[in-house]
Design a protein around this ligand. Structure first.
Ligand code: ANZ
Ligand code: ZN
Length: 763
């Protein structure tokens, strides 16, 4: 082939790679392993996004290099396919979600294959496949057995549009993360997972893993570990106490009043003694109900509150009677839901005291940190609301029997499969559409064989993704979620790249599940992921998010058709630093495409040996590209290869050296390099060839000092590079500033060079 034509190359090699299975991971191998993971996509109807390509290509480059370094690589792919968009589409069109999912995954699969990712397609998984969610349900039963799954009446965040309960993490700025609707509060019985039991370990074990610092910090803040003190305040003329949580017990002499969250149980208990109950307190407590935590703690908000008249607490430090208030800036679920207010030292307390004319003691005596109360650690993390009142999720495998109560479905009866339904609309009572399928709901109690009803709540879409990386090591296992030996060989994941938006959701949830499975001795390590990095987003060319309504999207299929997958991969890796957001540039594909055309052209002018400058630059580039890949500096790796190609254009390039260049370019542009490699007579794939070694001796620029004489007289000394040609050295010396001063415009008759020692200029 004379000209580079991606259309003749890309599909051809994709088929050959697949047929030969060169990217298959070997479960039984003596080689060291490398498990590289990307977040498996949600197969949306819109098809693949250029953002998917950026993160997938990055990890593809890393794993391709690892294969060339003789690692046995696992780079798997699957579908995180439960969830709302598919269900909403089903509500609109009446097409079954399972069918929609099948269509969408078919499109995604085809698109991913067209980019040439080196996934092991034999391990494809789908969270909505009953053979998969059988094990999601099985893990839920283990949580239940161990007391970590429980039902509780919860005030939940309720999205009135999606008709769905939301976890705290799914409420962003008071609105539903999915649809942007203002979130309300509702009381509902919900399944909960006790992630708070693992809060301390989830925090502490971050020390053991190699996550980007900002990822660790975001998790730590979310978990919100706080070492403080719990102090009892007696209530005058009442035998109960109010416990407060403080991180500043030393300020207790400055505490001039107490504040309870309006939801605090003591508010109801003291009702009969509160003299302004029906006039003021009752109303205030009701009002607060519909406010979100974010509204309540907003610093700019005007502080509100009501004194509980008739009630006084006793400050244990100075034995003084102090007033007790309710105010919404104190949250019910943090600490003890009650605080001692120290207006002299706490900003919020000061604002409150000033507004309501409460006493502020400026120069109070500081107490010692052990003087009052007991040391206690609190977390901001809350248990995970695990119920969804929707159809398209894993059924929670539980039945309710009038006689026996809540009974888990026996493991041998798993999976509890989703029944076919006609109508996917959530019910108005807020129950899942499953509640309407009486044939499915009415069942037998596994214990007494009497009449029983199935749980109709389903799991959140975070369930299937909490353990999917474990299934990849043994996707077809029918007896366990994965074989122990496979788990031992493959886990933990060596490197996981994903989106920042998942730091406090998916990443934390899956660490929790993993630790739980570790405690049951079902997985061999305490942490699922050794290393976690994240990528910056791709924005539209106007710097805003891609959006359907704006029509500013980019269709990867069109780009592949016009420029080829290799150019697209290069472009996305060249756009900017990998961890930063970058804007798509509509003209940006031209550069990478031209680069590949030049790479192609050089293959037609190869000689036996390379010039020294090519040899040296190649060697430097091999080193730099290797280091840059490991540090995710893909853009600088590519620019260094561009510099090398410039040099190769001008100079002699030997076949052997050109092939080394193809090898380091191969992870970035797998198709063109495979074609050229093959054209040069190689029978085996470039992608399993050995990553070229760096020749350290070629790396140093050997500089030495030589003496410069003018008309036989020593005038100066100059540093030169020993590998430079005689011609070049002479040129450098004559144009040297100091030498020019001495020659002073005189005509140079002769230049004599004694190699590596001296130069004599004869005027
Ligand atoms: C007295 C005090 C004096 C406080 C002072 C702070 C400064 P972190 O670090 O976030 O754990 N607090 C306790 N429970 C609360 C709740 N349910 N809602 C709102 N605020 C609450 O914060 C702990 C501090 O936040 C506690 O220490 C308490 O105020 C407040 F100079 O007690 B402090
Ligand atoms: Zn029963």
């Amino acid at each position: 082939m004379k000209e580079y034509d991606h259309k003749k190359i890309e599909k051809k090699w994709q088929d050959i790679w697949e047929k030969k299975g060169i990217y298959r991971a070997q479960d039984k191998s003596k080689k060291p392993k490398f498990y590289g993971l990307i977040e498996f996509p949600y197969p949306s109807g819109a098809g693949m996004h250029v953002g998917h390509i950026r993160s997938n290509t990055a990890m593809d480059i890393i794993v391709r290099k690892r294969r060339m370094e003789s690692f046995n690589v696992l780079y798997p792919i699957g579908w995180d396919a439960f969830g709302l968009p598919t269900e909403n589409y089903a509500i609109k069109t009446g097409i079954a979600p399972s069918k929609v999912t099948k269509q969408n995954t078919d499109i995604f699969r085809k698109q991913l294959k067209a980019i040439g990712f080196s996934f092991d397609w034999s391990r494809e998984i789908d969270t909505t496949d009953p053979k998969y969610y059988k094990w999601t349900q099985w893990i839920f039963l283990q949580f239940l057995k161990n007391g970590l799954a429980y039902k509780a009446k919860m005030t939940i965040n309720w999205c009135p549009k999606d008709k769905i309960g939301l976890a705290n993490e799914e409420v962003v700025g008071g609105v539903c993360e999915r649809c942007g609707m203002q979130v309300e509060k509702r009381e509902k019985e919900q399944w909960m997972l006790a992630i708070t039991k693992y809060a301390d370990r989830l925090d502490k074990d971050l020390d053991e893993v190699d996550y980007l610092p900002q990822i660790k910090l975001a998790q730590r803040n979310w978990i919100g570990k706080s070492d403080g003190t719990e102090i009892d305040f007696k209530i005058k003329g009442h035998d109960s106490v109010i416990k407060v949580f403080t991180t500043r017990p030393d300020t207790i002499f400055g505490a001039t009043y107490l504040v309870l969250a309006p939801e605090h149980e003591m508010v109801q208990k003291l009702k009969s003694q509160i003299t302004n109950w029906s006039e003021e307190v009752e109303k205030y407590v009701k009002e607060v109900k519909n406010k979100t935590d974010i509204e309540r703690t907003n610093e700019d908000k005007v502080k509100t509150g009501i004194e509980l008249k008739g009630i006084k607490a006793i400050n244990p430090a100075n034995k003084e009677g102090i007033p007790v208030w309710v105010a919404d800036y104190v949250l019910p679920h943090y600490g003890t839901g009650a605080i001692m207010a120290v207006p002299a030292d706490d900003e919020r307390d000061r604002e409150f005291a000033e507004k309501f004319k409460l006493p502020i003691i400026k120069d109070y005596k500081k107490a010692g940190f052990e003087d009052f109360g007991k040391r206690i650690t609190k977390f901001k993390l809350r248990d995970w609301v695990f119920s969804r009142q929707r159809y398209w999720g894993e059924p929670i495998p539980v039945v309710f029997c009038d006689k026996c109560g809540t009974i888990p479905v026996p493991e041998k009866d798993l999976p509890v499969e989703l029944p076919k339904v006609k109508n996917y609309q959530p019910t108005d009572s807020g129950e899942s559409p499953l509640a309407n399928i009486s044939k499915w709901v009415n069942t037998k109690c596994p214990k007494c064989k009497g009449k029983a009803k199935r749980e109709t709540d389903t799991m959140p879409n975070w369930a299937g993704s909490s353990w999917y990386y474990l299934r990849y090591v043994d996707t077809k296992n029918k007896k366990e979620f994965a074989d122990k030996k496979n788990l031992k060989y493959w886990t933990p994941v060596d490197w996981y790249n994903g989106g920042n938006e998942h730091t406090t959701l998916h990443l934390l949830y899956s660490r929790f599940w993993h630790k739980f499975l570790f405690d049951l001795k079902l997985v061999p390590t305490g942490e699922p992921y050794k290393k976690r990095t994240s990528h910056g987003m791709i924005l539209a060319d106007d710097g805003t998010k891609f959006s359907k309504s704006k029509g500013n999207g980019v269709n990867p299929e069109d780009v592949v058709k016009n420029y080829g997958a290799d150019s697209l991969r290069l472009y996305e890796m060249f756009m900017g630093p990998f961890d930063q957001a970058v804007s798509w540039n509509r003209d940006g594909m031209v550069g990478p495409r031209r680069f590949l055309e030049r790479v192609w052209k050089i293959s037609q002018k190869l000689s036996k040996n390379s010039s020294l400058s090519v040899l040296k630059l190649l060697n430097k580039t091999i080193k730099k590209v290797g280091e840059d890949i490991d540090a995710m500096r893909f853009n600088t790796a590519i620019s260094s290869m561009m510099v090398l190609v410039n040099e190769m254009d001008k100079e002699e390039v030997g076949v052997k050296d050109y092939k080394k260049f193809l090898q380091i370019l191969a992870p970035f542009a797998p198709h063109i390099t495979e074609e050229l490699w093959n054209m040069l007579g190689e029978k085996k794939t470039v992608h399993l060839s050995l990553w070229p070694k760096v020749d350290e001796s070629l790396l140093e620029d050997k500089e030495i000092k030589i003496v410069v004489q003018i008309n036989g007289k020593v005038r100066t000394e100059i540093m030169i590079n020993v590998d430079e040609s005689e011609e070049e050295i002479k040129k450098q010396v004559i144009s040297n500033d100091i030498v020019l001063k001495f020659t002073n415009g005189g005509e140079v008759k002769k230049v004599i060079y004694v190699k590596n020692r001296l130069i004599n200029i004869v005027l």
